[in-house]
Design a protein around this ligand. Structure first.
Ligand SMILES: *[C@@H]1O[C@H](CO)[C@@H](O)[C@H](O)[C@H]1NC(C)=O
Ligand SMILES: *[C@@H]1O[C@H](CO)[C@@H](O)[C@H](O)[C@H]1NC(C)=O
Length: 425
């Protein structure tokens, strides 16, 4: 029997293919609001609220997972026969969850728990009005699940219950539910794993209700996962479903409109369609995030090379590039971008001639041309795709989000703990 199984596994390996499919894309809230001419109004309200001293966000014992509303998404399925979902790809977290069939509107409080403990005015900034109340005992209901695909375990013959509860907090909201186990596939492919643990959300924060995706697929390392769950990509590797231990993210350059073809997600090999065959490998400094040492940054007359470098993480979920404040300010100056306080963002002429921003990583330089960091946001000026990141403790001080990922293909090597950077064809 053992021998038979071994033979079967090796046959699978021999016939494993490289799979590739399009990544859906939706621009972030700032870009969408700017395109609608509403960004200043939004930021004004937000800043007024934030400047009030009463704001104190509830401390959460759950891990806070960085999350922005820009969405790069892939289609997946769970169960037998498959139930389809569209999931946000997040290389800054490591859990998989989808809404459960019991995640029903009005039945449970779907407002993030932080809404409850946040003063009314501040609450309005972070939560939907229905979730905020002047009398904290009465928690109103919001219905974030209604528009989502929901998983019905009764319809799956391969489902195994686990029942353990979870509570995960992302920056924009909380997700609660219980864990289950079932077969996972990328939709309509044979890239499948059996026995995948995943979250079945019974309540999701209201912010998720405004998102196009159903749930999240974490692409980070197992060490970052809540409840030590093995993320799907690592299960694919462990179950011998990959020819090569890679998944590749290629993000196309697109403006402020949603696209079905926002890039390509390649599993089990290199992306030879969109990416150069020459891959520069960068060793990871931590197997949590896809984290590595960034040695320096320069642009025009500006150069910064801290003696021990910075810790940086590749992150599909950060809309822009998060960097230390002094770096963002200096870069904006040499690029010619202007901070507009009312909007909380930097703006630049769309046709401005700006120098490249150059990163030094593992002894090699990587140029981001202005086309990757001058981001179209509809009519009017473009946005400079950097934001100030005030990271602390465990968190890396740079989040190299989609603007950098649009400049270089990212090859994630799950076996050797390294990140490959390749030019885009
Ligand atoms: C889930 O599937 C079962 C089995 O078909 C069905 O009886 C039940 O109504 C479904 N649940 C919901 C809420 O649709
Ligand atoms: C999967 O295949 C079905 C049937 O051919 C098709 O209708 C559906 O659009 C496909 N879904 C994806 C995400 O490719």
């Amino acid at each position: 029997m053992k021998a038979l199984i071994a033979l079967w596994v090796s046959l699978l390996l021999a016939f494993a293919e490289i799979h590739q499919f399009p990544i859906g894309y939706r621009p972030n809230l700032r870009q969408r609001l700017h395109a609608q001419g509403k960004l200043a109004e939004y930021e004004k309200e937000r800043n007024e609220l934030l400047s009030k001293k009463s704001i104190q966000l509830a401390q959460s014992s759950s891990p806070i997972i960085d999350y922005e509303d820009m969405a790069y998404m892939v289609p997946i399925s769970l169960g037998t026969p498959p139930q389809n979902f569209v999931l946000f790809i997040d290389s800054g977290s490591s859990n998989l969850w989808v809404p459960d069939i019991t995640c029903a509107g009005g039945k449970d409080a779907t407002c993030g728990s932080y809404c409850k403990s946040t003063p009314y005015d501040a609450c309005l900034t972070f939560c939907q009005e229905e979730c905020c109340t002047k009398t904290p005992q009465i928690l109103a209901k919001a219905d974030a699940c209604q528009s989502k695909h929901r998983f019905n375990s009764s319809l799956s013959s391969s489902y195994v219950s686990n029942g353990q509860k979870f509570d995960m907090t992302y920056n924009t909201g909380e997700v609660k539910g219980f864990f289950g186990v079932d077969t996972f596939c990328f939709t309509n492919t044979s890239v499948c794993v059996t026995g995948q643990e995943f979250g079945q959300a019974t309540t999701i924060g209201e912010a998720f209700g405004k998102q196009p995706e159903d749930g999240i697929i974490g692409l980070g390392w197992p060490a970052l996962a809540v409840n030590q769950q093995t993320p799907p990509m690592f299960n694919l590797l462990n179950q011998g479903k990959l020819d090569q231990p890679y998944f590749v993210v290629y993000l196309a350059e697109i403006g402020p409109t949603s696209q079905i073809n926002g890039g390509a997600f390649t599993i089990g090999g290199l992306d030879t369609t969109n990416c150069d065959a020459n891959v520069n490998w960068v060793p990871l400094t931590s197997r949590t995030f896809w984290q590595f040492k960034l040695s320096g940054v320069s642009s025009g007359s500006y150069t910064q090379t801290p003696s021990s470098g910075w810790q940086a993480a590749a992150d599909t979920a950060a809309s822009f590039i998060g960097a230390p404040k002094s770096v963002v300010t200096s870069l904006a100056k040499v690029i010619g971008a202007t901070y507009v306080p009312l909007t909380g963002a930097f703006f630049i002429d769309c046709d401005a001639v700006a120098p490249d921003i150059v990163f030094t990583i593992n002894g090699k330089t990587y140029n981001m041309p202005s086309s990757s960091f001058v981001v179209s946001a509809g009519p009017g000026p473009c946005m400079f795709a950097f934001y100030e990141l005030s990271a602390g403790g465990f968190y890396p001080s740079w989040m190299l989000g989609p603007p950098f990922m649009r400049a270089y293909c990212h090859v994630h090597d799950m076996q050797n703990g390294r990140l490959g950077l390749a030019n885009i064809k």
